[in-house]
Write a protein that binds this ligand. Structure first.
Ligand code: UGA
Length: 448
């Protein structure tokens, strides 16, 4: 009999995982504690912008014309426990207020609620990003609470999906990490992932702590790579070098690689910033804090980028100590393109700082407007890039949407007060903008 799968938590990770499991051919039941989410998903709508996800969901959600009907949603823990052979825990672990550590309360409560109902053999699989040591603690908790006792096993199977590529990363992961305590759990996970394994995704079997650490160290490495190139941008600026050329030349060395070497206003989002902080906090608890002190530097280089962008803008518009009387257009609000996520977004943070220093800021983003307005209602918002730049003394390019790369500098030039563009993502073509009479400035690049 084919395995039946449940997915607990239907945010980014869970909604994508549930749809992907249905796509792989399984019967799937998703659970969330927020009724609005269940309602939306059951109607085949996705609560966030993620390319391809809504289509995949509609292909499988029961009750939608022409769907396979393999995917349903519920709020009932007893139904979930009765239905599933494999239960994926996909709830989030945000940063705690005022602390570096992450908040485990959603994971803890999901595991408790599920375990209490588990009266038959099952495999619980953690996917959430958690501090190392959590799986061991949760395994003991499950054995204690589940009516089926030791017949319920735990495995840890971290997720590496990127927003904007979530569907493809889930269906064709570049690796599958299975933290298990025995062969039975490994066998079940191999069955769940048989298709991606068949297509060549490597399957790496580890113990619990290693599986947990793969995730946090992967994100730490990525954050370090970004802060490294941003530190080089600072040096380039001081020495008159060009960080974009530098990154290109470094990237040809296969040991270094060219990805994640884009200098700019740095990393944000719901993962990298909070994961490196939670990792430092956990290392401290383990007495290994010295091993990760470099991450503090990675974090501070990253935060400095936002401040430096504000400084660059202030200097460029000729404001002595503030932005008073200056109109600033901000292109981009999300933390990266192809997403509507504004959590810890460098773009929105820079826009906010300029606004707080007296600038009249108008923001435009292709998909992030609703979320941005919710977080920063006092900023100005426009319905298009051209509207946003109307009358601007400076245009800031802060999220590298394709739409912005395709903008016509001539058309925009007609709308602004002054042709001054600051590229916070090193993604525009300076020659094109300069040819239309714009002053183009970017961090870590020559002024020309
Ligand atoms: C990140 C990881 O890349 C995923 O592998 C991981 O699964 C996910 O976190 C998670 O923990 O759930 P994501 O948050 O979607 O994925 O975003 P990234 O693509 O990693 O980008 C993060 C930030 O770095 C963005 O703000 C982006 O603009 C910035 N970035 C990225 C740069 O500033 N320069 C670069 O060269 C690359």
């Amino acid at each position: 009999m084919a395995l039946k799968i449940t997915v607990i938590g239907t945010g980014y990770l869970g909604a994508t995982h549930a749809a992907a499991m249905a796509e792989l051919g399984f019967e799937v039941l998703g659970l969330d504690v927020v009724p609005e989410k269940i309602e939306m998903l059951s109607a085949g709508r996705v609560p966030m912008y993620e390319p391809g996800l809504e289509e995949l969901l509609r292909k499988h959600v029961a009750g939608i014309g022409g769907s396979t009907g393999r995917l349903r949603f519920t709020m009932d823990w007893a139904e979930i426990a009765e239905f599933g052979d494999v239960h994926f825990i996909c709830v989030n672990t945000p940063q705690k207020h005022g602390e570096y550590a992450c908040d485990m309360s959603y994971v803890d409560s999901a595991v408790d609620s599920l375990a209490r109902h588990l009266a038959r053999p099952a495999l619980v699989v953690g996917k959430s990003t958690v501090p190392v040591g959590s799986a061991e603690r949760l395994a003991a908790r499950i054995t204690e609470l589940a009516p089926a006792g030791r017949e319920v096993e735990l495995a840890w199977n971290p997720e590496f999906l990127r927003e904007g590529f979530a569907v493809q990363d889930t269906l064709r992961p570049d690796r599958i990490v299975a933290g298990v305590r025995g062969e039975h759990a490994e066998r079940i996970l191999r069955e769940v992932y048989a298709k991606p394994i068949g297509h060549g995704s490597p399957f790496v079997v580890t113990d619990f702590p290693t599986a947990e650490l793969v995730k946090t160290s992967a994100n730490s490495f990525l954050a370090t790579k970004i802060s490294f190139i941003n530190a080089m941008a600072e040096v380039c600026e001081a020495a008159g070098g060009d960080v974009v050329k530098l990154a290109e030349a470094l990237g040809y060395d296969e040991r270094i690689g060219r990805k994640f070497l884009r200098a700019g206003i740095g990393f944000g989002g719901g993962c990298l910033p909070k994961d490196i902080r939670a990792f430092m906090a956990r290392a401290g608890e383990l007495g290994a804090d010295q091993a990760l002190t470099f991450l503090r530097e990675v974090d501070s280089i990253n935060m400095r980028r936002r401040r430096d962008m504000v400084e660059l803008a202030r200097e460029a518009v000729g404001g002595d100590s503030s932005f008073l009387g200056k109109r600033v257009a901000v292109l981009g609000a999300t933390f990266k393109p192809d997403s509507d996520d504004v959590r810890d977004s460098p773009a929105l943070n820079v826009a906010g700082q300029i606004h707080l220093q007296g600038g009249q800021v108008t923001v435009y983003d292709p998909k992030g407007m609703e979320n941005a307005k919710r977080v920063f209602p006092t900023l100005g918002y426009a319905d298009s890039a051209v509207e946003a730049v109307r009358g601007a003394d400076a245009v800031l390019h802060l999220t590298e949407w394709r739409e912005f790369r395709e903008l016509d500098p001539e058309v925009l030039g007609e709308a602004v007060t002054r042709r001054l563009i600051l590229d916070g993502r090193n993604a525009l073509d300076p020659a094109r903008w300069r040819a239309s009479g714009w002053t183009y400035r970017a961090m870590g690049r020559p002024r020309a």
